[in-house]
Design a protein around this ligand. Sequence first.
Ligand SMILES: [Zn+2]
Length: 485
Amino acid sequence: MGSWDELCILCGACPEGGPHDLLHPEGIDDYARQLADEIDPYNDDLFDTIRNALKYSIPQKTLLFRAEWLPNGMGSRQYCSDVCVALGYFGKDEGTVPRDRDGIPDGRNVQVRRVTDSSSGDFERVLQETVVQNEDVSAGDESAEEDEVSGEESFEASKLDLYSMCAVAHGSPNIWLHERCYHYMQSWIDWQSLPRFIALPSSGEELSFAGELYEIANSRKQTRDSDTTLLPCVDYDGIEATLEQWQDRFAPARRGTKYLARALHEGLQGKDLFPALLKDFRAWMFMRPDIWPKPLEAIDTTATTVFTTLPINPISAIPLIDTLPNELLLLILRELPLPSLLALSSTCRSLRALITEPSFMDCVLKEAILRGSLKWILPVSSYKDEVQSCYESLRLWHPAVSESCQSDGDLIDESDLNALLVSPQLPRIAFVRACWESDSMMNRKRLWGLVKQFEAVWRSYRLHGWEVDRFYPSAEILDTLQIVQ
Ligand SMILES: [Zn+2]
């Protein structure tokens, strides 16, 4: 079938980051009919209006085309860098896994490669970083991709023409993730809460993170799906529907017509319908997850409440939870997902008064961000640029800090960031609400949820080991591998 896309085992996007078209040009008439019928089958004008809008989505294709309606942070080269991480075994024979008898190697000697130039689930090049002395950097090596100065030394990245086979379609047990997804998985799994590995069948030696992930992906009863290339034990929330040989179009991920119907009702037409179409097509799942929201207007730090207060009947019973000491209550409430917290506040007036009291709500949100259900808002320190990017956004929420603190370009560490996050001047309620309205942050939250699903599978693997034994000892094939430092 020529070429095709395969999907990142964590986020479900292809290496380039997902679709860049709404739908296939030849499908516009049928799709417009389907949308019009779903919204109002008796309104003859709807079909034309929707069809005209969809026609605008077809970009003038040039070599490096990018549709002007595609939001920033979405589409090729904007979702992520083109670097992925491949895990597994890469033999001297074209980067394939040395298969032996009827099994695959176990996870004990899994190799980790930074790879690039994807091709139908495989990768054509490996990134290699070497340390060089500073004076050598100015010599201008043609193969240098990036230089990162670090004291007296810098890192020079070069690409090696080495093939890394990961394609599910070729039956490879190797797996790959976007580099960012790899860091998210390492950082967001709560390793403290997982049991030590007790089910290793033979030696009892501990595996690396990559080794365990490789074994998890290959030891499930249901192996990776040959159509979606994803793990059946993980719920990817429908993103896999966008893989139709290639992951080029948003339309297959659509759920309903709520936003389109509302926009049509408001009289919008043509390109003005695009934001609504993208919402119904759930394009936010393909938005890069590291753009922290900026305040739309100057922050009024005196405006603290967004909740209406309701009178409380003094003789009504106080709910039991309301009688707990505040410290204990905070410990419980910080773990609740935000929608559940708000749902709890709607159960009775007494709880509503407690939870929506601005300073208490502020405390709950602060705890939830630092240690609870909103931890996904924090940047991942191991991933380049996240701390800086989050800090720059938070500064804007905090006018006093914005003027007095670090200027652009200064190196930020986590203590600077935490100082901003816990600062009483940060309008936390408004900031969290803005996160909820941000496609980028909602995708970040989605990725956090996926990592938590992997955490549950990881726990089961640590407790019970392989669901199915498909392995032979990897030590048997070590001398047949390509080793890249
Ligand atoms: Zn990914």
